[in-house]
Design a protein around this ligand. Structure first.
Ligand SMILES: *Cc1c(COP(=O)(O)O)cnc(C)c1O
Length: 369
């Protein structure tokens, strides 16, 4: 099994093999930390039973440790994914009033449009003029005084732009909390929680199976949901019930927990960040050195997780993809809105996978000469 192909999917994405193997081994009979058989698989457990509660509490504790989440933030494991959060955040935080949104690609654009159903979003800045290949400089954002929060997508999965520093809203003259969509780079790097009010992310990029959505929210932001907010999506209700107001996505939480344990064995988020820097550099350096391939994103905001790139001759795209598949490099096709290719290189992608991709890129380019 150690010769599985390298999978560059943007999401749902590759998982660490060790995690899949452990989940497989425990599929029909989960064992507790002392190795005692439970006689049932995690999918078959009551979410209120002591076995699942133990799984849940371990997962939350490990996540808090990995991301250094301060005690005054609640960790919620919800359903609905990142797209549902585009509605759930304004339902909980906007009070039906004004918010600021920074549009830096497809995902924040979606967030802006969805928020407009519940409140009045104001476009504080946009990267559209550069076709989302640059990030608007925070010093020039037009933040409004009355905004209930400022929404930023800190890694745009489709356009491949990433904030390498979180904006300091207070220094920019805003007292609004910062809301970040960190779906596609959560746990790839540290988070400066002093700058954040709420962070949300779907699991299927960098954590585990689709179905669980992580929400980390500062306690003082709870309790202001609109009356129409569904109970299952009311952060205060979810927090007061330890994410068990409704049945949480138990199996996805369990597998996410296995990933958290794997991350701790890898040395934690700081170690992953160093590896992710090295992985991204290897790939971008090769793309920049080649005249056959190109990435259009400005150097200071290139994503370490999602690397869109183009072949100089787009008529070779199909041949490129079928050759990649034959070489054991899967799911490199770019998003349909951008075209070309995209290599998503989340935590589970080892540097050997990047090297294999670079070797293939070089070999394919040589066949074009
Ligand atoms: C994938 C993704 C989402 C949407 O996730 P769904 O689970 O499909 O709702 C939202 N934001 C970002 C940045 C993403 O990468």
């Amino acid at each position: 099994m150690s010769t599985r192909p390298y999978n560059f999917s943007a999401g749902p994405a590759a998982m660490p093999l060790e995690v899949l193997q452990q989940a497989a081994a425990e599929m029909t009979d989960w064992h507790d930390a002392q190795g005692r058989s439970s006689g049932m698989g995690v999918m078959e457990m009551s979410h209120r039973g002591k076995e699942f509660i133990a799984i849940y509490e371990q997962a939350e504790a490990d996540l808090r440790e990995l991301l250094a989440i301060p005690a005054h933030f609640k960790v919620l494991f919800m359903q609905g994914g990142g797209i549902a959060e585009n509605a759930i955040v304004p339902l909980n935080l906007s009070r039906g009033e004004h918010i600021d949104v920074v549009v830096t690609g497809s995902w924040s654009e979606k967030s802006f449009k969805e928020a407009a159903k519940f409140c009045t979003p104001h476009l504080a800045a946009s990267g559209a003029d550069s076709h989302f290949t640059t990030l608007p400089d925070p010093a020039h954002w037009k933040l409004s005084h009355e905004a209930r929060y400022v929404h930023v997508c800190t890694n745009e999965t489709i356009h491949g732009v990433e904030f390498h520093h979180l904006p300091d809203l207070q220094a920019l003259g805003s007292n609004a909390p910062l809301v970040i969509d960190f779906s596609s780079h959560v746990l790839s790097r540290a988070v400066d929680w002093s700058k954040v009010g709420l962070a949300f992310g779907g699991a299927q990029k960098n954590i585990g199976p689709a179905g669980v959505t992580l929400v980390v929210v500062r306690e003082d932001l709870l309790g202001h949901a609109l009356k129409v907010c569904p109970s299952a999506f009311n952060y205060k209700t979810v927090a007061d019930n330890g994410s068990m107001y409704n049945t949480p996505p138990t199996y996805s939480i369990y597998v996410a927990g296995l990933t958290f344990q794997w991350l701790k064995r890898q040395g934690g988020v700081a170690a992953m960040e160093q590896r992710n820097i090295a992985k991204a550099q290897l790939l971008y350096d090769f793309l920049d050195s080649s005249s056959f391939y190109s990435n259009h994103v400005a150097a200071d905001c290139r994503s370490r997780m999602n690397v869109p790139f183009f072949l100089a001759d787009a008529s070779r795209n199909d041949a490129f993809l079928s050759g990649a598949k034959a070489a054991g490099l899967l799911q490199l096709k770019g998003h349909k809105s951008v075209g070309g290719m995209r290599a998503s290189i989340y935590n589970a992608m080892p540097i050997e996978g990047i090297q294999a991709l670079v070797d293939y890129l070089r070999a394919f380019e040589q066949t074009q000469a």
